[in-house]
Design a binder for this molecule. Structure first.
Ligand code: C2E
Ligand code: MG
Ligand code: MG
Length: 655
């Protein structure tokens, strides 16, 4: 399976900023929903309350008016009957009838008064009720006298009481009835006005609410569209455009015929891993944010920047501004907040450039400038490289190699060569390194042709295990045939360190072929990253626990340093051939340096072996500085299996 190669810290998709945005969208939506529901509830409650209050007060006053009217009507009738009663003094039968009617009228009045009493109790109308009631009672009392004297035939006294009842008490009742009616009428007016005010208020607040809701929805829409824009068009970490947005912009530029005015630039931060590993991922993120912002600040209207994963950015910059851009990118100062406070960092960039042509698609532009960028990583290459056609051809060739290598792995076209290691104190074979070769149509192809490609594409791990298994198979075969093997070292790419099961896989093969661990050694190169280094330490320790030797290959190149040996329990240090390459012309200082390196490794109780020994001068020098093991063409080139087997049988040199 293809493994992704680590190319700098990749900001994860589950970026906290993106989560924040989503949270904000949810919050805004929730808020507008709550506001809508709250507003509607408030309005409907308000309307209902106003209507209920109004109808209650109308109902109540309507009844009051009805009672008063009944009282007033019945009283008029009552008075009229009293007149009749008096004038009909002679007609006994008629009087009886009138008394019956007045009794029933009194009952009606009593009943209405009682109902009125209930209705106005503890209200502002109550005093009027009492006044009506007491007036009415006094009236009745006097009317009682009217009946009495009238029945006795004393019309004069009856007339007197009649008058008294009518003048003082009925007037009092009528006045109170009138006042109460007026007051009720006024109150009903007031209630009506209040009602219409309330309705107006409710109407106005509805309009206001709708306006507010519309404004809020508009703001929400603008806000959401910004968030949406940020989610869809912006890179979550750096907030510069993402590739999709660049795609849209490029389509526009092509449409307006302005495409070829631009140069495609793919740039990234030199040694970005260093920031992540030395200052932490958070600071690494901050570096990316500031770097992107700084470039965005440099760009002019119409020029573009988009993040292309990790620390890679794609720029579209006008041709005439390229020299200015390169000067700007050459060294850029940015400030970042680190746990130890603000830090000023100098950022160096690499960039690949491509002059856009009318017929190019954005994908082609990006591919071309990324290919040019890849070339800046080659030894001795400048920090900015313009694309040329040869790069494309090389890329095609690499892809071809990759396809063929994968097929070759399946068809077992890879063979293992063994390069002897020699103890120069006694000129005897003391070990060997397994080196892969590709038997391609009868031609032996060296690893330089394919190992870097496989490493770049992540397929090297398969090949390493293929070689290691072949080594174990060969050792088992020699043992079974009574040939005494030597310790054989196999190369493992540092990509394995990302595989948690690396050690387990190695041990499984060792067990399967039942190889004594003293015949095995694993060569690893030093790695730059801290995480890798931790994994390296763990792997070396695990191998140590099983008695399998480990070695640091190509020591003295790349990132290796002596201090690393303090924390890394490798058994062997393999000095790179560059230490002795030019030893015959080297000055004393260089010789001293090699001598001290060897001494220090010996003092740390590690074995030391020097690679690439091609002549006697180098071998003699190494002998004098106490480096006893060597590997190189002076003794043997990497040998095919059978040739090496005869070496195993005759392990002494020079004899
Ligand atoms: P390396 O592991 O440093 O292997 C030593 C390289 O130096 C070998 O090159 C060897 O042929 C070469 N060499 C030995 N003596 C001399 C000498 O006296 N002079 C000069 N100029 N060179 C000498 P080779 O076989 O071409 O391998 C190149 C590199 O390919 C290896 O460097 C190793 O890094 C890689 N490689 C080889 N096989 C494997 C493998 O199975 N897995 C992995 N991951 N890498 C491998
Ligand atoms: Mg090696
Ligand atoms: Mg080496």
């Amino acid at each position: 399976m293809k493994k992704r190669i680590y190319r700098g810290y990749q900001a994860g998709n589950a970026n906290p900023k993106r989560k924040n945005l989503l949270l904000r969208i949810m919050l805004v939506t929730l808020l507008s929903m709550l506001m809508g529901i709250g507003g509607l509830l408030f309005l409907s409650y308000n309307q209902k309350e106003v209507a209920d209050n109004y109808s209650n007060s109308i109902d109540c006053n309507y009844s009051n008016v009805k009672y008063i009217n009944t009282v007033s009507r019945s009283l008029y009738r009552h008075q009229a009957l009293i007149y009749q009663y008096m004038s009909a003094a002679a007609e006994g039968k008629k009087r009886e009838e009138i008394r019956e009617i007045t009794d029933s009228l009194e009952a009606v009045i009593e009943d209405s008064l009682e109902k009125l009493n209930e209705s106005v109790m503890e209200t502002a109308y109550e005093p009027y009720y009492h006044s009506i009631y007491s007036g009415y009672k006094s009236y009745l009392k006097n009317i009682g006298y009217v009946f009495y004297f009238s029945d006795k035939g004393d019309t004069a006294t009856a007339g007197y009481y009649m008058e008294t009842a009518l003048q003082s008490y009925i007037e009092k009742v009528n006045q109170s009835v009138e006042e109460l009616s007026t007051m009720i009428a006024e109150d009903m007016d007031a209630a009506e006005q209040l009602m219409s005010r309330r309705i107006n208020f409710a109407r106005q607040s509805s309009v206001l609410f709708i306006i507010l809701l519309a404004a809020f929805s508009l703001i929400t829409m603008i806000y959401c569209s910004r968030i949406f824009d940020s989610l869809v068009n912006k890179d979550a970490l750096t907030q510069v455009d993402n590739y999709e947005k660049l795609q849209k912009d490029s389509t526009r530029l092509i449409k307006h015929g302005r495409w070829e005015e631009y140069v495609g630039v793919s740039c990234n931060i030199k040694d970005f891993n260093y920031f992540n590993q030395q200052l932490g991922d958070k600071t690494g993120d901050m570096v990316l944010i500031r770097y992107a912002a700084s470039i965005a600040g440099f760009l002019q209207k119409g020029e573009k920047i988009a993040r292309n994963g990790g620390d890679n950015f794609i720029l579209l910059v006008r041709q005439e501004r390229i020299p200015e851009l390169l000067a700007y990118l050459q060294n850029m100062e940015i400030s970042v907040d680190t746990p130890e406070g603000m830090k000023k960092l100098t950022i160096y960039s690499r960039c690949g450039l491509y002059q856009i042509r009318e017929q190019d698609s954005l994908r082609e532009v990006v591919n071309a400038c990324c290919l040019a960028l890849a070339d800046t990583r080659m030894n001795g290459a400048p920090d900015h490289v313009w694309y040329d056609r040869a790069m494309h051809d090389r890329m095609v060739e690499r892809k071809e190699i990759l396809v063929q290598c994968r097929k070759a792995l399946q068809e077992r076209e890879f063979v293992v060569y063994y390069q002897p290691k020699v103890n120069i104190a006694v000129d005897t074979l003391c070990g060997a390194e397994a080196l892969v070769r590709w038997n391609r149509d009868g031609q032996v192809v060296g690893p330089g042709q394919f190992v870097p490609v496989l490493e770049e594409e992540g397929y090297i791990t398969e090949l390493d295990f293929y070689v290691f298994e072949q080594v174990c198979r060969d050792i088992r075969n020699w043992l079974e045939r009574g040939i005494r093997p030597v310790r054989i070292s196999s190369n493992f790419s540092k990509l394995h360190l990302r595989d948690q099961a690396f050690a387990a896989k190695v041990l499984e093969i060792v067990r399967r072929y039942q190889i004594d661990s003293r015949y095995l050694e694993i060569e690893l190169t030093e790695s730059s990253g801290y995480e890798d280094f931790k994994a390296l330490v763990a792997f070396v320790d695990e191998m140590g626990r099983h008695g399998i030797y480990t070695s640091i290959d190509d020591f003295g190149t790349g990132y290796s340093s002596l201090s690393l040996l303090k924390n890394l329990n490798v058994n062997v240090v393999k000095l790179d051939k560059s230490f002795i390459e030019d030893i015959e012309n080297a000055d004393e200082a260089h010789e001293k340096m090699v001598e001290n390196v060897v001494r220090m490794i010996n003092d740390l109780h590690r074995e030391v072996i020097c690679e690439g020994v091609e002549n006697r001068i180098q071998a003699d020098f190494l002998r004098t500085v106490n480096c006893q093991q060597v590997q190189g063409y002076l003794y043997d080139r990497p040998l095919p299996h059978e040739v090496f087997e005869s070496r195993l049988k005759h392990p002494v040199y020079g004899g």
